[in-house]
Structure formats: C-alpha cells, structure tokens
Design a protein around this ligand. Structure first.
Ligand SMILES: [Zn+2]
Ligand SMILES: [Zn+2]
Length: 890
C-alpha cells in the first residue's frame, strides 16, 4: 500500500476526510493545482496553483507577510502562549537521545516523545491532553543540504501539537481551527495567504489523512490525523485516534523575519557575529535574490548542485561573489547548525564515536573543522558554544547545566581529529581514482576519513548527495536481539515470588517439563535479566543451572533430570549465590552514579553484568580512565556505602515515572511494560530496574574496582567486586603486598650488607696491597697469589670499583704482575684484567680477557695493560681463572 493510493482514495471523498468546519465557516474553496493537480483549500479566489507552483513561492524573503518580527526564541513564546491560552499544557522537550525507544538513537519527531513500543505494538502515553511541546529533533539524512538551501537543519524544533480525541482532547475540526488561528491571529498573517494541501500519512501499520499548511510557498506545519490501522484492503479505525501536528519553529521565525535564510534568524547573534568576523559584506539584496532562487528551485529539482547552478545564473551572481560571499556563508550557516545539534546531543548524553548514533555526531564535528580549515575561518569554538547556549537557554534552560561538558567533549574530539590528520593524509595520497559513494562510506567507516576532508584536500569537489542518506541509513536504528523459541503456548504467566516476600525455599507446581526445561506456576528463582545472572539451586533435587524469561513465563534449565508435569516440587534457591549477585547489582547502581558525578554528565550505563563474585559495568565515556579517576570513583562509591542509604523500590505508571524522574531512569535500557519498577538509592541514584537489591547501601559492605579498560570507542568497562568478594580481594591484595614488601625489605637488607662489605673491601685496598706484595704464594683476604705473579679472586665481596683500583695499584707496584678479578654483576660474570708494564710485553691483558671470556660463554678484549670481558656461564668462573693463570705462568 503506497501513499499515492491512499491519497487517491481520501481525495475522492473530501467531505469525509478533509473538509473541516473551518473551511465552511471561512469560505475555503477546494481547488486542484493547475500544474500538478494536487488538491488544496484556499479563500483566495485568484489562486490557481498549489504552494509549490505558485508565483508567490518564497516571496516572503525580503518581504515578510507579518507586521511583527519574531526570532526563534520569540516565535516559540508566541506559539506556546497561543496554545496554552487555548487549553493546552506546555510540556518540556524530551531528550534528543531517544532512551525510551529501542529502534531509534535520536528523537526524530515530536510524536516520538509519546510513543512506547510494547512487543510489536506502538502505544501512546501523553503526560497531558491536549499538549504542545518544543521538541528538538535530529535528522541526519540531508546533511549536505544544511547551510546551502537556507532551510535545512541537522536539528530543528518541531512544534508538536498533540491531542487524543476524548473528554479533554479534540479531533480534526478543532485542530485545523487552532492552526489557522495561530497563523492568522497570533502571527497576523492575512487569511488569503494560508493554503491547506491535502495529503496522507502512513507508518508503523497505521495511516490517516493530513492537511499541510503553507504561507507564501513555505510549509509551516502538517496536521496528521492518525485514524486507521491496517492497509487499504483491510483496515479498521484505531481505538486511540491521534492528532499529530508538527510544525517547524524555525519556519515560523523565518516567515516573520523574511531574512535571506532561516539560519539568519534562528541561532541568535552568533550568525551575524561570525559573518562580521569574516568581513563579508552581507549585501542583502544579492542574498535575497540568491536564496529566493535556491528555495524555489529546490521544489523543482532534486539535485542540489543543479539547484545551485540555476540559482547562481538567475540571481546573476559572479564567480567572484560565489567565492567571496556565498561559499563562506554556507560554511558559517553549516557550522552554527552543526554546533547547535552537538550542544543538544552532548547535553543529552550522546558522545561522538565510531559506533551507533555517535557516528553522526563525529562526522558533524569533523565537517565543522574541515570547513573552517578549507575556508581559512578562525573561529573560537568555545565562543560559538557559549553564545548559542546563552541564546538557547531562554527556551531550554536545562542546557546551562551541561555547558562545560559540551565544551569538554568537543575539545577532546577536535583534538582527536587533529591527531588523525597525518594518517588520513597518507590514506588520501594513496587514492588512485575519484572515490565512489561506496568508497566514501568505506573510507569513513574504516579510516575515519570524512568526505569534507576529501573536499578540503581537493580530492572531490562536491559531496555526493546520497552519501549522508546512505550513512545515516546504516546507522539509524539499533538491532533487536531474538530469543530462542520454546513450546510454551497456552501457559499462564509465572508468579514471581522474588518480587514479593522472596522465599529461598518454596513449593511449586510443575506446569510443563520437557527436554531439560521446567516451567512452574510460581518461582523465586531470579531469571537472567538486566545484566543480572540467574539464580541457581535445586528443583525436586535436580540442579538448576540456568533460568530465563520468555515473555512472562520463567523457564528453569535443570541438570540430571526433570520432574514430572503436574507434580508439586520443593525448590531451594542458592542463597549464598543470590546474595552475592544482589550485592553486585546494587553496587552497579552506586558505581554508575559515582562515575557520572566524577567524570561528567555524559556517563550512562552502556551495559552491565552481575555475577556472584564479580561484576562489570560498561559506561559511556570518551577516554580510558586514569588511576586518579578510578580512585575517585571508588572513593565516592564507598562513601555512599558508608552513608548507609536505604534502597527503596516503588512501582509507578511509566508516564508518571518519566515525568517524576526524567529519562535518567532508563540506564538499563527501555522498559516495555506499563508499570515501571523504580529502584532508588536516596536521590543519589534512581533507575528503572527489575533486579534484586540490598535493603541499604551498607549491606554492600565494600566496592573495589579491580580493572578498567576502554572496550570500544566511547565505552569504558569497570570490572569490580563487592561485599565478601571485595573483602577477599582486598585481603588477597594486601597479603600479596605484604609478601612483596617483605621480599622487598629482605632484598634491601641484602643490598645494604653487600654495600657495606664492598665499602669495607675498598677501605682494605692499601692494607691488602701491602700484605700481598710480600707473598709469593698463598692468599690474602680471598685474593690468591700464584707464582709471585698471578693475582686472582672470585670473591663476591669485591666489586668493579675494587678490581679496577686494586689491580691498577698492584701492577703499578709490581710490573711483572697480572691481576684477574672475576665477579658477578646483574646476572652475568665479568672479568677485569690488569697487566704490569713488563709482563704485558709478552702476556697481553687483551688476550687474557678474550680467552677468559670465551670460557665464560661471552666475549672480551682491551689493550695490553688493561682489558675487560665476561659471559653468562657462572659455573665456569674457576675454569676461567685457571686459564688466565696458565697463560701468565706458562
Ligand atoms: Zn502544484
Ligand atoms: Zn539495576
């Protein structure tokens, strides 16, 4: 079923699908576009074409149709006050990181705020009805248009007007009436300018009619009436019909300001500040002409470079003006847009990386940097961030809290890019031909080389229009894991005793048993979930080795046999294991919040694993952790343990929990049920969690981080132990430390003694010399004299200093003497040979050293008077001495 068929069907019966009370009251006429035949509604008798094909398209540029001028901030105030005045609740924006949906990284439309996926169904949860919300939405598939077309953004504020028709909410008539009055009364636009175009919407198995409203060719909003479920051949009316009106706030501002582009009035003073810094003469007549042409042509041609060419021609712009004015302006617009998106994304906890949604953020920051490089723009990034937050916080005051975090992340990430440039340059220099789109994707995915960098390097002149679309398709939605299918049809949901009084021994009825699996009517065995490992224990005497949840049914896996169906069995949960797992689970919560408080607001739980005697917590963080950071996190965590904060568990309706605590509660991922179990550790840590927890933090006793490591870009793993396991770890660690330190002390003692002995030996040199010169044969202080001429020692009280000094003085006093000192140093044997002036004429020290060293398994040499050598073989010390002796005495 395509949109076309639905539109045909609906437009064939306009009274049923499109005609609203307002059209009758105000005399709107239904017409078919003279050019494209689309149906539209207007009060302007002369209008013959739809907004895309009218002559007045984009004529608001340079000539706005309102008396008042509203920039981005003021435009929201106008919209908000109008809807509030008309019975709507104004709801704060939801995070741009879509924590409540498994299939989206980022919030792409205001209606997403209120959608919750349960199984294959999407349900709606409205915190108020009707409501209006200024929802920041992120969309990455048109990145190459941003800055160029005057109206494309990577993030924009979708004014969401939502209603469920019931006692409070309304349906089509009132919706269109409100939108018409918003435009005509609140913004003061002439009723002749307002055109409603018939369209349809379909998605996620439902569909409905929609009315897009335009002023001077600019689509301001689209009121979607989600009404049916199924497809055209078979559908039914939804139990819960929804009004999903989305309007671009940027466009409301733009139409009242009439600036050349929407960028000029939606980022506050930063845009004109930057333009001033470049010294561009923003000749508005020229820009009005150019951007009006761009906007008009965009509706006609798909290809952006074609659009640009045509606009340049018809606006009469010279090459020089393109280079000096248009190109730098496009760069500035793109930079301010991308920075704003990064501010929202980082503030809401997303990090630039090479995985998942982080991809888009990294590529945007790299675009910013290469564009500045390419155009030679020297902007202060912190100033751009500050000015934008100063401006945005009038609508989004929460951004103030993360101002510094945004700066930190952008600085780190920019540094990384600068560091990778050299490598990128090498890769680029090896490119043999012009890369295709697939090459570009590969270059970015595997080497981090962005197309903007290639443009900067002049490898390509334009970024292909399909690049960002393809890239964002690759990284848009997350994968959902599938579970093994077991034959469990018809079984009732298992009663979960661990959420009640949690008995460790209980009786239960066997509802089903097959292969190695058993399903009971009730169980106290915790099933694997939320990173918490399952309970072990015994069922009917058989070992329970695994427990898993299949929907609402708990399946126990046994070893050694299974009990018969229909019997009542006695069950015992392994308490020691459960207590260990539980302590590690509560500790995970404590460490998660400790990490955030030490590192920064971008820290979220990425995943976790809790076993009996160890656990790990993976957090989102930009860099590997330093020892100081680890120590600090551990310190904060253990201070919380000592504080003995009660751990409380309360069930809330999901919507209430989100409103009360915010989306921080989804640390462990989404909760696909209506009722949310909130685990609070005072107000230090509040998470939606289905795991088992201690009563109070002191029960954890101690948390010890044993290891940390960066496991992927943007994710750091903390391995840790808690409770008894932490105690044991510390005891073991301390024992090892003690052992190591006693070994260290003994070694120090030995070294000290040796040093003292050597010191003494040196002092003995004169005495030994005196005595030994008298001796023709024998030994003095372990120095052996042979034949009155050969003096040697292998005694370890003597060191290098002794041998060199003693030998030198000995042969000086006795020119016929040869001294050979052998000693150990750093695990090898060394030899020092001195030969007196006379003896050295025939018996050269160098030759002796060479021979001695050979025996020791090494090499040596020197001059006739003095030589050194040695080798590794400690068992050959005596052989070496004997060799030297024979060389001297023979
Ligand atoms: Zn048309
Ligand atoms: Zn948990």
């Amino acid at each position: 079923m395509g949109k076309k068929e639905i539109l045909e069907k609906f437009s064939a019966d306009p009274d049923r699908y499109y005609k609203v009370k307002l059209f009758d009251e105000k005399g709107f006429e239904r017409k078919s576009c003279a050019t494209c035949h689309r149906y539209f509604w207007t009060v302007d008798e002369k209008r013959t074409n739809c907004p895309d094909h009218s002559d007045d398209t984009y004529s608001f540029i340079g000539n706005p149709p309102t008396k008042k001028r509203f920039d981005y901030t003021q435009a929201w105030k106008e919209v908000e006050s109008f809807f509030v005045k008309n019975g709507h609740t104004s709801v704060n924006r939801y995070p741009v990181v879509c924590r409540w949906r498994d299939d989206l990284y980022f919030t792409i439309a205001s209606i997403v705020d209120f959608q919750r996926v349960m199984g294959s169904k999407v349900v709606f949860e409205f915190p108020a009805n009707p409501l209006v919300v200024p929802q920041t939405c992120l969309r990455f598939k048109d990145l190459e248009n941003v800055g160029v077309t005057g109206k494309h953004f990577s993030s924009f504020c979708m004014i969401g007007q939502h209603s469920i028709p019931n006692d409070h909410g309304y349906w089509k008539d009132k919706c269109v009436d409100l939108d018409y009055r918003l435009v005509t009364e609140q913004f003061g636009i002439d009723k002749n300018e307002v055109v409603f175009v018939e369209d349809v919407w379909e998605g996620g198995g439902s569909f409905g009619s929609s009315l897009e409203f335009f002023v001077k060719g600019l689509e301001l909003g689209n009121a979607v009436f989600t009404e049916f479920q199924g497809d055209l051949s078979s559908y039914k009316t939804l139990d819960q019909k929804i009004i999903d009106m989305g309007a671009g706030l940027e466009r409301f501002a733009w139409i009242t300001m009439g600036t050349p582009t929407a960028y000029d009035c939606c980022f506050g003073p930063i845009t004109s500040n930057l333009i001033q810094q470049t010294g561009i003469d923003a000749n508005s007549e020229l820009l009005v002409r150019y951007f009006t042409e761009i906007a008009k042509n965009l509706e006609r041609f798909g290809d952006l470079s074609e659009v640009r060419k045509t606009a340049i021609k018809s606006a009469g712009i010279s090459e020089e003006q393109i280079k000096k004015i248009i190109t730098p302006l496009e760069g500035i617009y793109m930079i301010v847009d991308h920075v704003r998106t990064l501010i929202f994304a980082i503030s809401d906890g997303a990090l630039p990386s090479n995985v998942g949604g982080g991809y888009n953020l990294r590529i945007m920051l790299r675009r910013i940097i290469s564009t500045m490089d390419r155009l030679g723009l020297k902007f202060d990034m912190n100033e751009i961030i500050d000015t934008q937050i100063d401006y945005l916080k009038k609508t989004y005051p929460e951004l103030e809290k993360t101002r510094n975090d945004v700066k930190t992340i952008i600085e780190i990430e920019s540094g990384r890019y600068e560091n990778s440039k050299e490598r990128m340059q090498k890769i680029v220099s090896k490119l043999k031909q012009k890369p295709t789109v697939d090459d570009l994707i590969r270059l970015y995915e595997s080497d981090g080389v962005t197309p903007d960098y290639l443009k900067e390097m002049k490898v390509i002149s334009e970024i292909p229009s399909t690049f960002y679309t393809k890239l964002s398709e690759l990284h848009q939605s997350k994968k959902v894991e599938k579970q093994e299918h077991l034959p469990l049809e018809g079984l009732p949901e298992t009663e979960l005793l661990y959420y009640e009084n949690d008995p460790r021994e209980f009786d239960a009825k066997v509802l089903k048993s097959f292969d190695k699996y058993v399903v009971l009517d009730r169980t106290s065995f915790y099933a694997r979930g939320g990173g918490q490992e399952p309970d072990h224990g015994k069922i009917a005497g058989f070992d329970v080795v695994d427990v898993n949840k299949h929907g609402n049914i708990i399946v126990h896996e046994l070893k050694g046999g299974i009990p018969k169906e229909g019997t009542t069995v006695s069950c015992v949960v392994d308490s020691k294991r459960r207590d260990g797992v539980t302590k590690h689970h509560t500790s995970t919560h404590i460490l998660n919040s400790s990490s955030r408080s030490v590192l920064g607001s971008w820290v979220w739980q990425h995943s976790a694993f809790k076993e009996e005697d160890h656990a790990r917590l993976d957090i989102t963080h930009h860099s590997a952790l330093t020892d100081e950071e680890v120590a600090k996190i551990e310190e904060v965590a253990n201070a919380k343990v000592k504080e003995n904060i009660p751990v409380t568990i309360q069930n809330f309706d999901r919507g209430t929990a989100e409103q009360k605590y915010g989306f921080r509660i989804y640390q462990g991922g989404i909760v696909p049920v209506k009722s949310v179990r909130i685990v609070s550790i005072g107000d230090f840590d509040i998470e939606a969690c289905g795991g088992t927890h201690v009563k109070s933090t002191k029960d954890v006793n101690l948390i010890k981080i044993t290891r940390t490591k960066r496991i992927q870009d943007g994710v750091v793993r903390l391995e840790f132990v808690a409770g008894k396991a932490a105690q044991e770890y510390i005891e073991k660690y301390e024992a090892e430390l003690k052992k190591a330190s006693s070994e260290q002390a003994a070694k120090e003692q030995r070294d000290k003694l040796r040093e003292e002995r050597k010191e003494k030996a040196r002092e003995k040199i004169p005495t030994i010399l005196e005595q030994i010169l008298q001796a023709g044969e024998g030994r003095v202080d372990e120095i052996v004299v042979s034949g009155g001429r050969f003096y040697s020692t292998t005694d370890d009280q003597y060191d290098e200093y002794f041998h060199i000094n003693f030998g030198e003085r000995l042969v000086k006093d006795n020119p016929w003497a040869v001294y050979c000192g052998i000693f150990e140093e750093k695990g090898t044997v060394r030899a020092i040979i001195h030969a007196g002036e006379e003896v050295s004429k025939a018996k050269k020290a160098g030759d002796i050293a060479k021979a001695v060293s050979q025996i020791l398994g090494g090499s040596g040499g020197g001059n006739p008077r003095f030589a050194q050598g040695g080798g590794p073989d400690k068992s050959k010390k005596d052989d070496a001495i004997n060799k030297a002796k024979s060389m001297v005495l023979e």
